[in-house]
Design a protein around this ligand. Structure first.
Ligand SMILES: Nc1ncnc2c1ncn2[C@@H]1O[C@H](COP(=O)(O)OP(=O)(O)O)[C@@H](O)[C@H]1O
Ligand SMILES: [Mg+2]
Length: 217
């Protein structure tokens, strides 16, 4: 990760609330995240961690309030603006997210056949502990290894914002520690890393914690 990370970002939530199918999920969350922050969205199961993560990723609409990215009100963004934002700045690390099982590990990281054999990919595979696995099919990977493909994509992209939903939930202790260290390194290189998680060990590594329990109605 010697290359300088993506551009400086600020995400601001102003009193956001979400209602899904008539049910209030959370209300009036206000907070700001900046490049270099590692942020945990915490709370008991069903309290809205994934929903808030999706709001911040502009996937889930909000009922009221606003989300500003670098001062721009995202409620005014059309689909084209959002696609540009995702393409340019964001990476999502969800369990098995976007893994194409009958493609190689390298292709799953680059999503571009012409780049799959590049030196950058080899370096990143070393970094995430998948060295020499580039031409294996993704179907043979364990859950922890698939999770690391997501992180490898974020590193290759120099993603400015990394969204991860329960990135350590299905991992053994060793893989959990690897994933936590990689995410921390992404944040210290200047990414905003936003994690929906109930893993206390991961939460303790975050410099910002947004607890949803106290925001429930
Ligand atoms: N598409 C949906 N339709 C109906 N209810 C939903 C939908 N998405 C989320 N919910 C509800 O919103 C609440 C919060 O869900 P979620 O954000 O997944 O919680 P968490 O990630 O904290 O476990 C839950 O009660 C869930 O059932
Ligand atoms: Mg969830």
């Amino acid at each position: 990760m010697s290359k300088k990370w993506g551009v400086k970002m600020e995400i601001k939530m102003n009193s956001i609330s979400v209602v899904i199918k008539g049910k209030r999920i959370f209300s009036n969350i206000t907070d700001t995240m900046n490049s270099g922050d590692m942020v945990a969205l915490t709370g008991s199961s069903g309290c809205g961690k994934t929903t808030l993560l999706n709001c911040l990723g502009l996937i889930q609409p909000i009922e009221s309030g606003s989300i500003l990215i670098n001062g721009k009100d995202t409620s005014k963004w059309n689909d084209k603006d959002k696609t540009k934002f995702w393409h340019k700045y964001a990476t999502f690390i969800y369990q098995d997210y976007g893994i194409i099982e009958d493609e190689t590990v390298a292709y799953n990281i680059t999503l571009d056949k012409s780049k799959a054999k590049s030196k950058a990919v080899k370096n990143i595979l070393d970094k995430v502990g998948l060295n020499g696995r580039d031409s294996e099919l993704a179907i043979v990977l364990s859950g922890g290894e698939k999770q690391r493909i997501g992180i490898a994509r974020a590193i290759l992209k120099n993603a400015s914002i990394i969204y991860a939903d329960e990135p350590t939930a299905s991992l053994d202790s060793e893989n959990r520690q690897i994933v936590i260290s990689l995410l921390k390194e992404c944040a210290s290189n200047g990414a905003i890393v936003i994690l929906a998680t109930h893993d206390d060990r991961l939460v303790s590594e975050c410099n910002k914690v947004i607890s949803l329990n106290k925001n429930r109605n």
